[in-house]
Design a protein around this ligand. Structure first.
Ligand SMILES: [Zn+2]
Length: 203
């Protein structure tokens, strides 16, 4: 804020009040310049939230709903929003005729997002010398799987040898469930294991 007479930014707030209209919240200030003693009014308003179209992907489904956001704010890919379906991460923003990484919310037509509350679904293959037993698992998104892990799954105790993520194949290392597509394993002869994934199998 600047004094309209002398341009100083040494401004004292004498008084402020909040007003609410149909579309805006407005903060009105009575101000005094510390340099020239000029008293003046200024105001700052933000637009009230209104519903925006949001498409949320959850596993194989997409759900269309709306979310209330203030048109005055910015939205960026990667932002976390609280929707009807819990927390979601913005994956794409559609404004008139194109997709952008960042926009003033006022210009947004559709928000695309993916749920970050639902578990991550991964594939789990057990190699039985040519024959494969294949499972689907729902895991916590942060759950780490390592290529050194020895795991109980269903009737098998297996050692993981390959983790395939969205971007690469890991033969030595680990990954979090939210980026894993499929885990490849082979049965081994042992009774000891690091953890049991049997109750994570999606029936
Ligand atoms: Zn002044």
């Amino acid at each position: 804020m600047q004094c309209p007479i002398c341009g100083s930014d040494e401004i004292e707030i004498l008084n402020s009040k909040e007003k609410s209209s149909k579309k805006n919240f407005t903060e009105e200030y009575l101000l005094k310049c510390q340099d020239c003693n000029h008293v003046f009014k200024d105001s700052f308003s933000i637009k009230k939230p209104r519903p925006y179209r949001i498409i949320i992907s959850e596993l194989e489904n997409s759900i269309k709903t709306t979310i209330d956001l203030s048109p005055s704010d910015q939205l960026e890919v990667g932002d976390i929003l609280l929707s009807d379906l819990g927390q979601v991460e913005v994956t794409s923003i559609e404004i008139e005729g194109k997709r952008v990484k960042k926009s003033l919310i006022e210009n947004i037509i559709t928000i695309w997002a993916s749920s970050i509350e639902i578990p991550a679904r991964i594939g789990f293959s057990v190699d039985l010398h040519g024959k494969v037993d294949s499972y689907k698992l729902d895991l916590d998104r942060d759950f780490e799987i390592s290529t050194k892990s020895i795991v109980k799954i269903d009737k098998y105790i297996v050692k993981i040898h390959v983790i395939k993520t969205e971007e690469r194949k890991i033969t030595n290392g680990y990954a979090k469930a939210n980026v894993i597509k499929r885990v490849y394993s082979r049965p081994i002869k042992t009774k000891k294991y690091d953890y049991d994934l049997t109750n994570k199998i999606v029936k």
